[in-house]
Design a protein. Structure first.
Length: 247
């Protein structure tokens, strides 16, 4: 495996723009920390009302990836609006996990009421693909790529409204004080999805980030969720947001 192709983190979305909205600030922060980061979109998100075609949406996606600084962006050939948790979809994503070998996968947390049902399907596909990635004696399904064990999975909620996240595992807030501007810029790259008359969406995203950050002692933050226990060998440093510990 070419080490230049592997990444530390992969974030998965149903459509281009999901990841930017849900955890774009986190990905930019990880890049700034020196990690290799990738995004996998399960579909190209087309058709949509204001987009002239998939090539425009894909160009927007690559521009957004460049803004965040991620090293890999891949769009799978699964159907928008008809995305279902199927064996074929699971294998397609697990093959990419085996190819890029992330230590951490960040995926959708589940339903987005009154929005695309693709999001729930993407969450289920991602959960299954994390499992499929490590299954032995099945390499023929994954282009002969070797087994890969993903160490940790986190989840992001895709919502423009506060109070919609409900209870979903243990919340961990990533400080995005230094990357909130890039998160918003990456979302604005999708001119077909967020034309001037929808500029209020960016303000909602900003407000939610500020609210999440302030709750954890940051200027801005993104809440990610773990369904497993989150541990530390230094509870003081962790609860002080990894800042210097006074002696």
């Amino acid at each position: 495996m070419d080490q230049q192709e592997t990444v530390d983190v992969i974030a998965v979305g149903a459509h281009p723009d999901d990841v930017e909205i849900g955890c774009g600030g986190t990905l930019a922060a990880l890049v700034d920390l020196g990690y290799r980061v990738g995004i996998i979109d399960l579909t190209d998100g087309e058709p949509t009302p204001l987009s002239p075609g998939p090539e425009v949406r894909l160009a927007e996606a690559q521009t957004a990836a460049n803004v965040l600084g991620v090293q890999v962006r891949k769009v799978l050939d699964l159907p928008n609006r008809r995305l279902f948790d199927s064996f074929e979809a699971r294998v397609a994503l697990a093959t990419e996990f085996r190819r890029y070998r992330p230590r951490l996968v960040i995926g959708l947390a589940g339903k987005t009421p009154m929005a695309s049902p693709d999001h729930l399907q993407a969450a289920q596909i991602t959960d299954a693909a994390v499992f499929y990635s490590r299954l032995t004696k099945w390499d023929s399904h994954f282009s002969g790529l070797p087994v890969h064990w993903i160490h940790r999975q986190l989840y992001y909620h895709l919502s423009f409204e506060s109070g919609e996240t409900g209870h979903f595992g243990t919340a961990v807030v990533q400080d995005i004080s230094g990357t909130l501007a890039r998160k918003l810029e990456s979302i604005a790259c999708y001119k077909t999805q967020f034309p001037p008359e929808k500029s209020h969406v960016l303000e909602r995203v900003r407000s939610l980030a500020v609210s999440a950050g302030l709750a954890a002692g940051f200027t801005a933050g993104e809440r990610l969720y773990s369904l497993q226990s989150v541990g530390t060998s230094d509870i003081l440093r962790m609860t002080l947001n990894d800042g210097p510990v006074s002696k």
